[in-house]
Ligand binder design. Structure first.
Ligand code: NCD
Length: 338
């Protein structure tokens, strides 16, 4: 798969093996692949308990009091990093945001030496985002038994907390995954969101997942769940869809930008517009993981319309990350009492 060369380790099987402990509890969160329905439901149910209405005080707890969470982001992020930070604070943890632009990895320190340094500082949870495949699992494989690793975006292949927040948002609006038609539109080839979210939707029993993309952004065979259909026409793809999620073109992962449509061509053929919504199911919702390019993958007024649940996704992102932090902290093998 282009851009997803396995530089370190981490076949999907290795990731799956690593992420559950011997009792089947969540030890690290690395991938949605093979995470069972019961785990997903448990995390979504837990996340619900961390939600409160806008205008009210956010829910707080002491679940992570005395613990330290660190973020190690080697790629840009707005929502994911800040929501993990808020999630950690709201659970009572200390939060360390490593500024990787000034950190030693840029001075040539190996990734593992950076991890060992944080380990020596008694960090409990490491939140990792990296452009290379295998980095979160590699760290999980080498860190000690007192550290949990959470994948906050790995190359083009996995973004599990995004999948969980997408599922929570869908569940709040639609209840029954087993009747859903979901249309994801855009740069499917390079999107870790498309991968993780469609894997999770398959696990939850969604029967009709459509991935709609320009020919030049078609994913390679075998890189997405076989149940998902690849389509190239937006009108066909969103016909009777209950959930529609346009995605950003991942320019930073595309070697030859001349191969992809221009911005104007893209908006004309793949931009989701209000005029499309009459083709979808009557109560269809519009989602977007952000960052959103208004006027490229989505018409601006549609992003702000009653059908849009984009702000709910952001809100749910904090609650889901609280749920994941609370789940993994339970599996850590502390010597002191918890
Ligand atoms: C996504 C990501 O980083 O994969 N954003 C996010 O985490 N909310 C999608 C993107 O960058 O387009």
């Amino acid at each position: 798969m282009s851009g997803t060369r396995s530089f370190l380790i981490a076949s999907t099987a290795e990731q799956t093996d690593l992420q559950l402990d011997s009792q089947g509890n969540l030890r690290h969160l690395l991938t949605m692949h093979n995470l069972e329905q019961q785990h997903i439901t448990m995390l979504l149910d837990k996340a619900e308990t961390y939600l409160s209405d806008i205008g009210k005080k956010p829910v707080r707890s002491t679940t992570l009091q005395g613990r330290t969470v660190a973020s190690l982001f080697f790629e840009p992020s707005t929502r994911t990093r800040t929501s993990f930070e808020l999630a950690a604070h709201r659970l009572g943890a200390d939060f360390l945001n490593l500024n990787v632009n000034t950190s030693s990895r840029r001075k040539g320190e190996s990734l593992l030496d950076t991890v060992y340094t944080l380990q020596a500082m008694q960090v409990d949870v490491l939140i990792v985002r990296d452009a290379q495949t295998g980095v979160p699992a590699y760290i999980a494989n080498h860190a000690n038994e007192f550290i949990s690793v959470l994948n906050a975006g790995e190359s083009t292949i996995a973004h599990p907390t995004q999948a969980l927040l997408d599922l929570l948002t869908i569940r709040q609006q639609k209840k029954d995954f087993e009747k859903l038609t979901v249309a994801i539109i855009g740069d499917i080839k390079h999107s870790r969101v498309a991968r993780s979210t469609s894997e999770a939707l398959v696990t939850m029993g969604a029967p009709d997942i459509r991935l709609i993309c320009p020919e030049s952004l078609t994913p390679e065979k075998g890189t997405l769940p076989s149940q998902a259909k690849i389509l190239h026409n937006v009108r066909d793809g969103i016909s009777n869809a209950d959930v529609i999620m346009p995605l950003r073109i991942q320019r930073e992962r595309i070697e030859n930008l001349a191969d992809i449509p221009t911005v104007d061509q893209y908006y004309a053929n793949y931009g989701l517009k209000s005029s499309h919504m009459s083709l979808a199911a009557p109560d269809a919702i519009v989602m977007h993981p952000g960052p959103m390019n208004r006027g490229i993958e989505i018409e601006s007024k549609l992003a702000d319309s009653a059908a849009s649940v984009i702000q709910e996704q952001v809100k749910n992102g904090v609650a889901v990350r609280m749920a994941v932090l609370a789940a993994v902290i339970k599996s850590l093998n502390y010597k002191d009492s918890k």
